[in-house]
Write a protein that binds this ligand. Structure first.
Ligand SMILES: C[S@@+](CC[C@H](N)C(=O)[O-])C[C@H]1O[C@@H](n2cnc3c(N)ncnc32)[C@H](O)[C@@H]1O
Length: 246
């Protein structure tokens, strides 16, 4: 069997939200390459999986992936590109040693994840490389479950965007969609509050920090938002939300 890279969604943080499939595949991999967002920090994805799958007997590498703005279809900055290439080379070396490699990534790999950039970089270096993806429970699904707020119903339209987009794009999205999920809100809350007020949507928004994890906070009255929220923070805005659905 050709050694394979398995790109695995870990779910949003609660280790019980790792899928059985993910657990089984992780158990079979001889090596784990896990992303971390700061040079001296640790990988959150690795911390999540290691609560369920023992990694002691595996080769484990935590590699730094700088958290920089990336525009789809455009080359990233040199620092980011280098990190992708370094990770891809490390993975190729492990595959060449005959090892199956797991790359755990937060939530679902299909949503704002490093997984697909890594995939593209690997294909660029070696087109015949074998890569498989495993979906995970996304942060927005977990935020929905924890708040009992649906993401979309009936004829509603959904937009999922980072809160770091320009004011203009956020304004348009707030106007055009029924449910708006704002990811990465932690550093831009003040600006988002202004835009929500402008769109008269302050009362239709819910803030969720660390959904399903220790220290979870759900804030429905946005005048009570924390000053320094955790990176694991998301907002759900439901334009038609009424009563229990908002
Ligand atoms: C780089 S994105 C990764 C998204 C992930 N791939 C997914 O499927 O949800 C990181 C953002 O996901 C959201 N997030 C991740 N885990 C979360 C959690 N436990 N609670 C609330 N938001 C979370 C936050 O908005 C955070 O800034």
């Amino acid at each position: 069997m050709q050694p394979t890279l398995h790109i695995i969604g870990t779910g949003p943080g609660d280790p019980e939200l790792l899928t059985i499939k993910a657990m089984n595949v992780l158990g079979r991999c001889q090596a784990v390459v896990a992303p971390k967002g700061s040079l001296d920090g640790h990988s959150t994805a690795l911390a999540i999986i290691s609560q369920i799958v023992p990694v002691g007997g595996k080769e484990v590498y935590e590699l730094f992936f700088p958290m920089k703005k990336i525009t789809a279809g455009q080359e990233p900055c040199a620092e980011v590109r280098e990190a992708w290439i370094d990770a891809a080379k490390k993975i190729l070396a492990l595959l060449d040693e005959g090892k199956d490699v797991a790359f755990p990534t937060l939530g679902d790999p299909a949503i704002y994840s490093t997984g697909y950039y890594l995939y593209e970089t690997l294909l660029g270096l070696r087109p015949e490389v074998k890569v498989l993806f495993y979906s995970g429970i996304s942060a927005m699904s977990s935020c929905s479950a924890e708040t009992a707020i649906p993401i979309c119903l009936g004829n509603e339209m959904l937009a999922v965007i980072p809160a770091t987009f320009s004011d203009e794009r956020i304004r348009r999205t707030l106007q055009d969609f029924d449910t708006i999920v704002l990811m990465k809100v932690h550093r831009v809350l003040e600006r988002i509050l202004i835009l929500l007020k402008e769109a008269d949507l302050l009362e239709k928004a819910v803030f969720i920090e660390r959904a399903g994890m220790e220290g979870e906070r759900i804030i429905r009255d946005l005048s009570e938002l924390p000053e320094n929220p955790h990176y694991f923070s998301t907002m759900i805005i439901r334009r038609n939300g009424q009563g229990i659905f908002c």
